[in-house]
Design a protein around this ligand. Structure first.
Ligand code: FHF
Ligand code: ZN
Length: 191
């Protein structure tokens, strides 16, 4: 299983590379990595497993964070309703692309964090409120999804990793707490 020691940190050159597209069908190793990434997220969100293996709870992970410069991400966003067990969005995304997005932006009220960043970074990270994505799943099926709010923010954070972009690159360096006009702040679900 994957643990935090598999995750490369800020300063590692792979995090600044543009990752390569995957060639389909996936190799057995690539499929295993994909399933391991999704399993890592589920493990990290399970209080007992997270405590046992010292995992930081995550909703997304990108292959470059595991030092694999390929265009693969896993996303596991739990429901925000207390009695709903179905996740809001959970999948492995191969060669994901944002094909269109809203003009309206959003951001998390508490800012963002990253499994590859071991420090608190203050500031709003502007994201598109709604996105339409296309990707291939591990079965090789083409998928198209419309996402909004938190799941859309997570997918944008992950696709940024495929392009060598870190969340803090998007914070206004002169005024980290500046909110662009027509930007709606989303309450962060953590804590
Ligand atoms: C996270 N954790 O997953 C953050 C980090 C906005 O590239 O958001 O670095 F576990 C991927 C419910 C709500 C349950 C939030 C995208 C953040 C992506 C991982 N946790 C959560 C949860 C969380 C990063 N990452 C703070 C680790
Ligand atoms: Zn990240």
């Amino acid at each position: 299983m994957l643990t935090m020691t598999d995750v490369i940190r800020e300063g590692h050159p792979t995090l600044r590379k543009v990752a390569d597209p995957l060639i389909l069908p996936l190799t057995d190793d690539e499929k295993k990595l994909a399933y391991d990434m999704l399993e890592f997220l589920k493990n990290s969100q399970d209080a007992e497993t997270a405590e046992k293996y010292d995992l930081r709870p995550g909703v997304g992970i990108a292959a470059p964070q595991l030092n694999v410069s390929k265009r693969m991400i896993a996303v596991h966003v739990p429901s925000d309703l207390p009695d709903e067990t179905e996740p809001q969005f959970s999948d492995i995304l191969i060669n994901p692309k944002i094909i269109s997005h809203s003009v309206k932006q959003t951001c998390l009220s508490e800012g963002e964090g990253c499994l590859s960043v071991d420090r608190e970074v203050e500031g709003y990270v502007p994201r598109n409120k709604r996105i339409r994505i296309e990707y291939v799943d591990t079965e090789g099926n083409r998928q198209s999804r419309r996402l909004k709010d938190f799941p859309a923010i997570v997918v944008q954070h992950e696709i940024d990793h495929l392009n060598g972009i870190m969340f803090f690159d998007r914070i206004d360096p002169d005024n980290p707490m500046a909110l662009p006009k027509d930007l709606e702040v989303l309450g962060y679900e953590e804590d």
